[in-house]
Design a protein around this ligand. Structure first.
Ligand code: FJE
Ligand code: FE
Length: 302
């Protein structure tokens, strides 16, 4: 029997698209605009993912002082720059192609504000933490664009934000096992990307038009989120005459109870009550919020 071509990457059971959402612009923060897909009413969570926002901010709009507890925020810049500043003195600016992987753990209070003229664009993904990791010390992993691992093959370019693709690995440590790949496919390119069978996975289209799951399915364009069904990987084709860019994100579901109150995500209502108490009383990780204000001096209501 002839061997299957490149059997090490061939897929036995490609995942099909089971749901498709168009992320429409909505207001968030102070004057900012986000296209929210995961996290909106019709798609409250997609375990372990809580929110996916494609954001667009133009000064003086932004996301001034606000807290987080119990999950991670992953900010990937597409255009322009954002300055972040937290209550522990951690401060920096991320520009085009840069990544900030922030594990809020027991608590971060920070601001995220535009740092350049014009419109700043990017993606922010919120990844839930398991009960045993919700109260860990906060941690940042930051990678500038030039240091993000890239690989190219057969008309496919991938930027490996987390996980592995085309034999290239990201150095990012994911506490909730996660893969995050930024693919660009030239016209005619065909992708087969393994995704662990037990993981939930989705595609979000950034640019161009792509065919996902099966060759005969109708093409999907920018700002659409596609939830993938079960299987061992994703097959995608660029049947158009322009570049196709999308992210493929997968994660191991936590399968735990979840109670969310804005930027606090815990397992039980008691833990949420405790978190609100901690935040109001500057306790259990929120101590440094007592005397801290960002340069913006504003506070985000939630
Ligand atoms: C937040 C409202 C918010 N999406 N995308 C309430 F807007 C935010 C928030 C963000 C955010 C920040 C960036 Cl840089 C990009 C975002 C929501 O900061 F955390 C709460 N609680
Ligand atoms: Fe934030």
């Amino acid at each position: 029997m002839p061997e299957r071509e490149s059997s090490c990457v061939g897929l036995n059971e490609p995942r099909l698209v089971v749901r498709k959402f168009l992320a429409r612009p909505q207001h968030e923060g102070v004057g900012a605009i986000v296209r929210r897909s995961i996290g909106r009413f019709e798609l409250r969570h997609f375990d372990p993912f809580l929110v996916l926002d494609e954001f667009s901010v133009t000064a003086p709009a932004g996301f001034p002082d606000h807290p987080h507890r119990g999950f991670e925020t992953v900010t990937y810049m597409l255009q322009g720059a954002v300055t972040h500043e937290d209550f522990d003195g951690h401060k920096g600016t991320i520009g085009p192609g840069d990544l900030q992987w922030m594990t809020a753990g027991r608590g971060i209070v920070h601001s995220e504000m535009p740092a350049a003229q014009g419109t700043q664009k990017g993606l922010q993904l919120w990844i839930n933490l398991s009960s045993k990791n919700k109260m860990i010390e906060p941690r940042y992993q930051e990678i500038s664009s030039k240091d993000i691992a890239e690989a190219t093959k057969d008309g496919i370019k991938v930027r490996v934000i987390a996980g592995e693709a085309l034999g290239t690995k990201s150095p990012i440590y994911t506490r909730t096992p996660t893969m995050y790949l930024d693919f660009t496919l030239e016209p005619g390119a065909h992708l087969q990307q393994p995704v662990p069978e037990s993981w939930n996975a989705f595609v979000y289209v950034l640019e161009g038009e792509g065919t996902f799951g099966r060759l005969k399915s109708s093409p999907v364009n920018a700002h659409h989120l596609l939830l993938l069904g079960s299987g061992d990987g994703l097959e995608a084709w660029n049947k158009s005459s322009k570049l196709l860019r999308f992210i493929l994100v997968g994660g191991e579901p936590l399968c735990e109870p979840l109670v969310q109150f804005g930027p606090f995500v815990m397992n039980t209502q008691e833990e949420i009550d405790q978190t609100i108490d901690d935040f109001e009383n500057y306790a259990n990780g929120f101590e440094k919020a007592r005397h801290w204000r960002s340069e913006s001096g504003l506070t985000l209501d939630f």
